[in-house]
Design a protein around this ligand. Structure first.
Ligand code: G4P
Length: 536
């Protein structure tokens, strides 16, 4: 098959949601429809869990949240689908943000009972920043939820995106009878059905078809009224606007009951973009480009407790990746070849010989990769747009077992390489501070340091507001910071100078004193350009 055909058949996407909205359930149903799993049983049956689960860290089993981002690849209707799973919990949001840099589109799941929740808003902000096309699936229609029009209003107002329902429900909760596909004039009947795949449906000759009355009796008028209202209020659907990230089509359904999932999947493969071009320090790289290039968006150590290996997840952006061929590691300026590149189906890995744009491959990593690293066939550009945000919670690291200090150093280095947390080393003192997005990451770190590295640490609270990377510094201002705020100056892993502010108020005062310094609360992952010559 030619390379362009290979590219065009790929769809690489992520499902995002607030925890409990139904992301895992929907993922399992998509796998079921694709034939990637065969068990048409209750979603959470242990058997399916075993096959399809992406929750493979012990700690997340304990806590019931998805900590690690994994990749699921499956075929559907001549398409190769790469689904990048993301942790829903807000404490692991950075992992999700990084994953969003590696996808071409997103399916957003919203719980019809809870509506748009906080975490959904944050995730959508990231999608909006990158103009990622979004399809919305309103889930759990079998439960007594909010009115559909109310939900649609909420989506537009809270997520700052225009929406266009492509289906519309008749009734909700106990009264839920099914959904009407506005574009195909097809009504799909809802049956509480956790096992069967096919849906029962009728095609009508438009919304005025008299058959509607025979089928639904008095409910037919309400459906007509609703569909006319939708057509009047919302712009007609435009695939172009969807692809530009301006308009999100909306589907209603129930993942648990296999309802609306196939419609979603069919529309997804029809309209979702194939691998899109990406920005680098050397301009835009198109997927059709002859030479291979790709970037690492995630590193995960010890996926398999039996092997204790570390894997860098690389998104192929252009050309063709081949096993055992030498590639250029741009940051290290080294030639590397990979003998065991892998593709994924949750926990099971498969050796691959080649990969195309849109694919995500796992490369065994002996510690040579950082998040944001680029591989090419020789050129020296780097992919842009992989964000690193200021942590929100900070702790001083204390070694609780003096005999294991080497293990601790190693563990902290590897876990921060993975992006689980950020490490800041004090400029003058030797205090090591770990910053994370949410408290839960400290628990994960502590657990993993102990179980994977045999190191025991204590985390001591450091009251802090945010970390700011310093840019455009001038000598006098740096000297001022060093004399007045030496305790607040740190270096990050890439030797960029960072100011950790205690409070928002103190930060404002520092900013007034250093008007020419730019305080950045997020930077590019591989940014090493902030290093200063005039720092003592
Ligand atoms: P998440 O990955 O987004 O966190 O959500 P997940 O799929 O785990 O679903 C959260 C809960 O919502 C699960 O129930 C799941 O069964 C339920 N759920 C998902 N889709 C639907 C739906 O369409 N209708 C209804 N009524 N429920 C749905 P749980 O009680 O937390 O887990 P379990 O006991 O089912 O395993």
């Amino acid at each position: 098959m030619s390379k362009n055909l290979e590219i065009n058949k790929r769809k690489t996407f992520a499902i995002i949601s607030h925890p409990d909205a139904g992301k895992t359930t929907l993922t399992e149903k998509l796998l079921l429809y694709s034939g990637a799993i065969q068990i048409a049983g209750a979603v959470k049956s242990n058997k399916i869990k075993k096959t399809a689960t992406s929750d493979f860290l012990e700690i997340e089993k304990q806590r019931g949240i998805s900590v690690a981002t994994s990749v699921l690849s499956f075929d559907y209707n001549d398409h190769k689908i790469n689904l990048l799973d993301t942790p829903g919990h807000k404490d692991f949001a950075e992992d999700t943000y990084r994953t969003l840099t590696a996808v071409d589109s997103v399916i957003l799941v919203v719980d019809c009972v809870k509506g748009v929740e906080e975490q959904t808003e944050r995730l959508m902000q990231v999608c909006r920043m990158r103009n990622t096309p979004v399809i919305i699936f309103i889930n759990k229609l079998d439960r007594e939820g909010k009115e559909p029009v109310e939900l649609l209003d909420e989506l537009e107002s809270k997520l700052s995106i225009k929406v266009r329902p492509l289906t519309y429900p008749m009734g909700i909760g106990l009264q839920f009878r099914g959904v009407y596909n506005i574009y195909k004039n097809k009504f799909s009947f809802f049956r509480s059905n956790k096992t069967k795949v096919e849906e029962e449906s009728i095609i009508f000759d438009g919304i005025d078809d008299p058959k509607l009355n025979e089928t639904f009796g008095t409910d037919a008028e309400k459906l007509r009224h609703d569909v006319e209202l939708i057509d009047g209020v919302y712009e007609s659907f435009s695939v172009d606007e969807y692809l530009k990230g301006n308009l999100a089509p909306v589907f209603f359904g129930s993942a648990l009951n296999n309802f609306g999932v196939q419609e979603l999947l069919n529309t997804f493969v029809e309209i979702a973009p194939p691998p899109v071009a990406r920005e680098t320090t050397n301009g835009i790289i198109e997927p059709e480009r002859k030479d291979f290039s790709g970037f690492v968006f995630k590193i995960h150590a010890n996926l398999d407790p039996k092997h204790r290996d570390r894997i860098a997840f690389l998104r192929v952006c252009s050309g063709k990746f081949e096993r055992n061929k030498f590639y250029h590691h741009v940051r290290l300026n080294r030639q590397l070849k990979f003998t065991n590149p892998a593709s994924f189906m949750a926990q099971s890995k498969e050796l691959i010989d080649e990969a195309y744009p849109g694919d995500v491959i796992g490369l065994y990593d002996s510690g040579i990769f950082n998040i944001g690293d680029t591989l090419t066939e020789g050129e020296s550009f780097m992919f842009k747009g992989i964000p690193r945000f200021s942590p929100e919670v900070f702790r001083i690291v204390r070694n609780a077992d003096p005999f294991k200090s080497k293990q601790m150093e190693k563990g902290i280095k590897f876990l921060t390489d993975e992006g689980l947390a950020q490490l800041f080393t004090q400029n003058l003192g030797n205090k090591k501070v770990v910053g994370v997005v949410g408290e839960l990451q400290f628990d994960v770190m502590k657990y993993r340091l102990l179980h994977e590295y045999g190191a025991s640490v204590e985390f001591v609270t450091l009251p802090a507001y945010k970390a700011f990377w310093l840019k455009n510094n001038i000598k006098e201002e740096i000297e001022y910071l060093q004399s007045m705020y030496s305790n607040n100056l740190y270096y990050d892993k890439n030797n960029n100078l960072v100011f950790i502010a205690e409070t928002e108020y103190s930060f404002q005062r520092v900013k007034e004193k250093c008007p020419n310094t730019i305080f950045l609360s997020s930077i590019e992952h591989n940014d090493q350009t902030l290093e200063l010559e005039n720092v003592a």
